[in-house]
Unconditional design. Structure first.
Length: 376
């Protein structure tokens, strides 16, 4: 069964700010918390979904992965928090905030610069790409700093004002009475949501988010010798950072397409070369196709089917040291004809008679002709 959309669970838009997501989580968590709904299984299930959605959407990297791949995408793995309430982890402080405020009376945190999320791109290569290295033009969708406000969130020409509630600190202090007695609490400012400033006129391009979703074209260089599962990091080409932080990285996951002729074993490649019975018995020089041309392979007389010949330095280069190359391993396969002419059958019967080998004699006339030819 498909999971419900995390934004739908929290009741926020896909462009919701971190503070909007946090406020929605607090409101819903307080409503459906098991302590407030003893014995109510539906409330317990809703609380689990709310917590799971918040754990993903409050984390910039997980949110970017969710936006790109969904709940079952790479690095998400469905429910990443295990069963029941074992997934509180770093989110436990936010559950505590519902009842005691930010940090449970400890010093709250004002949002500062943070690195943007890493993004994933899957790239499929051929063995020919692996042999020589290659460049690929790709397109990625990511969050970028708004070109209109340059991440300032405010409409150009307007001023950011100091928050009158917290006086630019991003936090307010409150004294609350609880069953534990009088508690001093430092909370995120409800007016500016921790930024310490008020955006009087939000940017028209990004609607006050400071970022926009955009598609970017990139050229990615892949070194020779890469293997299935190799990860290439392109620094600074991930999602935009928050509050002036640096952008994340783009992680390119390499996949190598199966070749129609060759198979790979590390730096070595394998190929099967068919030859006839006569060629195996008498010997032959054959032209073997390699990844970058042809090589002449001498097959001596008497070669058995399944014999492997090695062509040195005709395999793949080693990642990080292209001076080292593997081998091309040629496995000989002796083929048997499926149809014979009348003359060919006579010759094979003569061969068998000379070597005193038992074979089927479907035509008695052929057997007589062979006897006569051999003077017996």
């Amino acid at each position: 069964m498909a999971k419900r959309d995390y934004y739908e669970i929290l009741g926020v838009s896909r462009s919701a700010s971190p503070d909007e997501i946090k406020r929605a989580f607090r409101r819903l968590a307080a409503k459906y918390h098991p302590d407030a709904n003893p014995g109510n299984k539906n409330a317990e299930e809703n609380f689990k979904q709310i917590n799971e959605a918040y754990q993903v959407l409050q984390d910039p990297q997980k949110r970017a992965q969710y936006d790109q791949f969904g709940a079952d995408g790479p690095q998400m793995g469905g429910n990443p928090f295990g069963q029941d309430f074992a997934g509180f982890g770093g989110g436990f402080g936010d559950i505590f905030d519902i009842f005691f405020g930010a940090g449970g009376g400890a010093q709250g945190r004002r949002g500062g610069p943070s690195k943007g999320p890493d993004l994933r791109y899957d790239l499929t290569l051929t063995l020919e790409d692996v042999l020589s290295g290659s460049k690929h033009d790709i397109r990625v969708v990511r969050e970028e700093v708004c070109p209109r406000c340059h991440g300032n969130q405010a409409e150009p020409g307007t001023r950011l004002e100091m928050c009158p509630t917290c006086r630019g600190n991003g936090q307010v202090e409150r004294i609350r009475e609880s069953f534990l007695g009088r508690i001093r609490q430092v909370e995120t400012c409800p007016k500016c949501h921790g930024s310490g400033r008020i955006i009087a006129v939000p940017c028209k391009e990004c609607h006050g988010r400071g970022q926009i979703r955009a598609e970017k074209s990139l050229s990615v260089s892949v070194p020779a010798g890469v293997e299935e599962g190799t990860r290439l990091r392109v620094a600074g080409e991930g999602g935009a950072g928050q509050h002036g932080g640096p952008a994340g990285d783009l992680i390119v996951f390499v996949h190598v397409k199966e070749h129609e002729r060759f198979s790979r074993d590390g730096d070595d490649i394998w190929v099967e070369e068919p030859i006839t019975f006569a060629q195996a018995a008498l010997g032959v020089d054959v032209k073997v196709k390699t990844l970058n041309g042809e090589e002449v392979l001498h097959i001596p007389g008497g070669t058995q089917s399944g014999t492997v010949f090695k062509l040195s330095r005709q395999g793949l280069p080693r990642l990080g040291n292209t001076n080292i190359r593997g081998s091309l391993n040629v496995k000989v396969k002796v083929t048997v004809p499926t149809s014979l002419t009348h003359k060919e059958r006579e010759l094979l019967h003569m061969w068998a008679e000379m070597r005193k080998e038992d074979v089927a004699h479907e035509d008695k006339n052929i057997f007589k002709k062979v006897k006569d030819a051999l003077g017996r």
